[in-house]
Design a protein. Structure first.
Length: 323
């Protein structure tokens, strides 16, 4: 306990050589608090003892998130309260310093930046904002690099070779992974957002294409209906015109007189339907009633009757208008 009190007194009085000697001798825990809960880094930064702050920050075991046991202040809180700009700058430059540590809340819910702002210490406010902005940019760049590797399929993790690793090396490896865990989590969130945006974009494109497809289908249906109506109307017009043509032709060409209907040379009657007309091989006609009566199926010209005179029957029907 005496070593701790001596060490913290040296941090308080800016006894650089005493602080360096005790750390080199390894007789003190660099993160130890005094009886009032004050860690050495907190004390040195509060009084802006920059040389001691640099020595403490160079210590392998220094913990930046060590706080005053009552107030919950980190060394950065103390520096911002007293406007210890150079000490705050050294703290922010430490490799282990992260946005999480810089934005830690004290017992009253205040960050170091809030305390500096409330005290009017604008230089501390400025360098903290610059650090956070830089960390955000770095974090975003790290995430973008990780996303790029992911898209290239290059996100493999090297296996841990435990054999031959010292305890210090294992601790360092754990700290490195712990340090990138916030980036990993934000990377996951970034990936989810990008996936959601990509799906939303595709959904908009799908809806646009669906509307175009529906529009084209409606257009095709309308064109088909118009064409069907066109064809139907043309066919209807054709039927009307054909009927009109037939009517006008019949009106312009009256049926031949019934006197032109041939007479049977046997019974001397006009050969009107339903009589059938037969002819011989020389073309002479005879009605179906008289044909069975002729001798040996011979015409008066001695030629045989060979069959129906269907062409003549058709002409007779035409003359009588009974097609």
């Amino acid at each position: 306990m005496a070593h701790i009190d001596n060490f913290l007194d040296a941090c308080d009085t800016n006894n650089v050589s005493e602080v360096r000697q005790m750390i080199s001798a390894g007789v003190v825990n660099i993160n130890a608090r005094d009886s009032e809960g004050w860690p050495g880094l907190y004390i040195a930064m509060g009084y802006n003892h920059t040389e001691i702050v640099a020595i403490l920050l160079a210590g392998r075991d220094i913990l930046l998130d060590t706080t005053h046991s009552s107030y919950g202040w980190t060394g950065l809180h103390a520096a911002c309260y007293n406007n210890s700009v150079e000490s705050a700058r050294l703290f922010l430059a430490h490799p282990a310093c992260t946005t999480h540590i810089v934005t830690m809340l004290d017992k009253d819910g205040q960050t170091a930046e809030m305390i500096a702002s409330n005290r009017g210490n604008q230089d501390c406010v400025r360098i903290i904002k610059e650090f956070i902005d830089k960390e955000k940019t770095k974090e975003q760049e790290d995430i973008q690099r990780l996303m790029k590797r992911l898209r290239l399929g290059d996100v493999g993790v090297e296996p841990v070779m435990l054999e031959g690793m010292t305890l210090a090396q294992i601790g360092d490896a754990i700290e490195k992974i712990t340090a990138i865990e916030p980036t990993m989590e934000k990377g996951k969130n970034t990936l989810e957002v990008e996936h959601q945006q990509e799906l939303q974009k595709l959904e908009v494109e799908r809806q646009t294409l669906q509307r175009k497809l529906n529009s084209v289908l409606d257009k095709h249906a309308e064109e088909n209906n118009l064409y069907e109506n066109y064809c139907t109307e043309k066919k209807s017009q054709k039927e009307i015109l054909q009927a009109e043509l037939q009517q006008r032709l019949q009106a312009a060409q009256p049926n031949p007189p019934a006197s032109l209907i041939p007479e049977c040379p046997i019974c001397m009657e006009s050969m009107r339907p339903p009589l059938q007309i037969f002819n011989c091989s020389n073309g002479h006609l005879i009605c179906s009633i008289c044909r069975p009566r002729v001798n040996m199926n011979k015409c008066h010209c001695e030629a045989l009757y060979v069959g129906r005179a269907t062409a003549m029957e058709q002409m007779v029907r035409q003359m009588l208008g009974i097609m």
